[in-house]
Design a protein around this ligand. Structure first.
Ligand SMILES: Cc1cc2nc3c(=O)[nH]c(=O)nc-3n(C[C@H](O)[C@H](O)[C@H](O)COP(=O)(O)O)c2cc1C
Length: 299
């Protein structure tokens, strides 16, 4: 079940997704870390952030909408308070990084470079760039190129770039990341969405718009993984609505080298472990000797 991505070895290609796995330590008594590939931390910013007002999460027919607003403890508190505990868990820790300017992102990466126990960085490109009128980094090729190039220049660890799905040509964005020197991509982040309470005629989420995730987005996410697999020669972390081992197989056949599990952990905190077990069983029952052989194997 082992896979190696950008020089980092994972026990299994199934890992916990950012924002749905806390800082990892919350899951210590819930799952066996030796049965999952690792996890991605909640997004970390230069300074702590309180996030958006509530309500900021609702359930939908086949998933959920969230507008948490990137609430987090800040990179320095993460390093001081969480990282020492994480090192005892013997798992691959990927730090999710974001900022509202390129300089913000660079500062977070600088802080993490000096901290032990982080294997990779995942740069969240779905953030608004306040230096460019709030345009989302990952929706503009030139802005994405600049962000990745500058972050890669200071990064002492492999850099995954997490793509926004709110674009017409995600394959182009994968190519941009490759040209800018990124080591891997992950996709997808959430889809911009809106829900209205028809009795009050008000938005159901205080922020008005929110990110849609869960099973509803899976077929779009699988298609987007395929698009990037065709345009960029980078390893892909595929995600979006994965609930079962079979969903992970599907993402890998589309081109993913590994997968991340997000919303499923809200329904069942053991989802990442169960999906890893499901993937292993599927491989055993289909005579797949090496899970990596599934990647891009759609005929
Ligand atoms: C409550 C919540 C918080 C999230 N926070 C982050 C975050 O801080 N950074 C990030 O890159 N993605 C974040 N995401 C996006 C997920 O990591 C994932 O890309 C998305 O939910 C799609 O996968 P899923 O359908 O398996 O949930 C968040 C998602 C949810 C539901």
């Amino acid at each position: 079940m082992r896979v190696t991505i950008a020089g980092v070895e994972f026990r299994t290609p199934v890992i916990g997704a950012s924002g749905t796995f806390g800082y990892g330590v919350e899951f210590e008594d819930l799952i066996s870390f030796d049965r999952i590939g690792g996890f991605v931390t909640k997004g970390l910013s230069r300074e702590p952030m309180k996030g958006n007002p509530t309500p900021r999460i609702i359930e939908t027919a086949a998933g959920m909408m969230n507008a948490i607003g990137l609430q987090n403890m800040g990179v320095r508190a993460f390093i001081a308070e969480k990282l020492p505990k994480l090192q005892k868990l013997n798992t691959v820790v990927i730090a999710n990084v974001f900022g509202f300017t390129v300089e913000d992102c660079i500062e977070v990466i600088h802080a993490l470079n000096d901290a032990p126990g982080v294997a990779m960085y995942e740069l969240n490109a779905s953030c608004p760039n306040t230096s460019h009128g709030g345009m989302v980094f990952g929706t503009h090729p030139n802005m994405l190129f600049d962000l990745v190039k500058q972050c890669k220049a200071v990064s002492q660890r492999p850099l995954i770039v997490k793509l926004s799905p709110n674009v017409t040509d995600v394959g182009l964005m994968g190519q941009v990341v490759e040209d800018a020197g990124g080591d891997a991509v992950s996709l997808v982040n959430t889809f911009v969405s809106l829900a209205i309470d028809i009795e009050t005629r008000k938005p159901r989420i205080a922020n008005v718009t929110a990110g849609l995730s869960g099973p509803a987005i899976k077929p779009i996410a699988v298609r987007m993984v395929r698009d990037v697999w065709r345009t960029a020669k980078l390893p892909i972390f595929g995600l979006g609505g994965i609930l079962r081992g079979e969903d992970a197989v599907e993402f890998m056949m589309a081109g993913a080298a590994a997968v991340q599990v997000g919303t499923a952990s809200f329904a069942d905190p053991r989802a990442v472990e169960n999906i890893a077990t499901g993937l292993k069983r599927w491989c055993a029952s289909h005579d797949v000797a090496q899970v990596g052989s599934l990647t891009g194997s759609m005929i």
